[in-house]
Design a protein around this ligand. Sequence first.
Ligand code: SAM
Length: 357
Amino acid sequence: MTETPDAARPDDRPSEGGALRKRRERYAGTHPRRYEHKYKELAADPAALEKVRARGMTPAGTHVPILVDELLEALHLAPGARGVDATLGYGGHAERVLAAIAPGGELVGIDVDPLELERTSARLAALGHVAPTLRVQRTNFAALARTLGEIGWSDGVDFVYADLGLSSMQIDTPGRGFSFKRDEPLDMRMNPARGKPAAEWLARVDAAELERVLAENSDEPRAREIAAALTARMRRPTTTRALAEEIAAALRSRLDDAECADAVRRVFQALRIEVNDELGALDALLRQLPGALRSGGRAAILSFHSGEDRRVKKAFAAGLREGTYRATSDELVRPSAAERRSNPRSGAAKLRWAVRA
Ligand SMILES: C[S@@+](CC[C@H](N)C(=O)[O-])C[C@H]1O[C@@H](n2cnc3c(N)ncnc32)[C@H](O)[C@@H]1O
């Protein structure tokens, strides 16, 4: 795994050895509910993984890739092709892409998250995916052109794909501050070595800016009300639970529990997008895509909310008008009912593709 120098290497990575030396706690019932009790899933015990998947859930420490067949179809992959997975995550899409471009194909897998990338790199290497077939690079996809230059691919690639947002591992792993299902510091950084935790951003933002972020990043219909409530107090929430409780308290008199939970989910999404400058990175990627693709090369982007999809749609439509793309997807590609049932996290996914002229 290599690293481009847009961030310092974090020296505070959790020691996995320490966790392994601990005695396993017993849990009540037939299924472990707490992350730290899911040691069979975390050790990738095949029987344990199968059981969890059969219940329509994502095993701890893994991620179920979304719209895989549709993505492969959009990319027209062939043996010997070379390209970029801009959001490697668990490497679920990458495994299928590597199979489709073998023999002779080469994939560069990018991810901004140094913690998960190290695990994925080891997981894929154990399956035999090593350089030059798979090269893993810790960087932001906003630096796509520079990354291609560094590996000697400035003359272009056959395909680039991105599966935006967070992986299930990032959401489920304790300590990252992405989920309101546990009480922990409100961090939300994909790369904990860069930028500021969400709690610091929230401590300083004014009501107007917070309202804009909630409306733009997650189409929150009660953006003004929530922004006013969260900025009214001297001490603002610094933990996931406190934030979730304050949002619910602001809305409880008018909304039922399910509606409050949806609002909490949208606020968490909006803050995460802001803290990681996800829309800025997506704009940068979309600008660089035409220059990264060879003639006939294909791009595919999987997005998860309207702010992302609007950008992808607009950039592909502009490229088609200007002649940098010769074709784009006419319609959104969405997960089937069967996929949504077997993987509820796929529900909001939208896929669009474009072909370089
Ligand atoms: C939905 S997951 C990808 C899952 C992957 N397709 C799979 O099948 O396992 C998104 C991943 O993209 C990474 N990511 C998000 N924004 C990024 C960016 N701007 N640059 C690089 N990686 C990014 C996240 O850290 C996360 O690991």
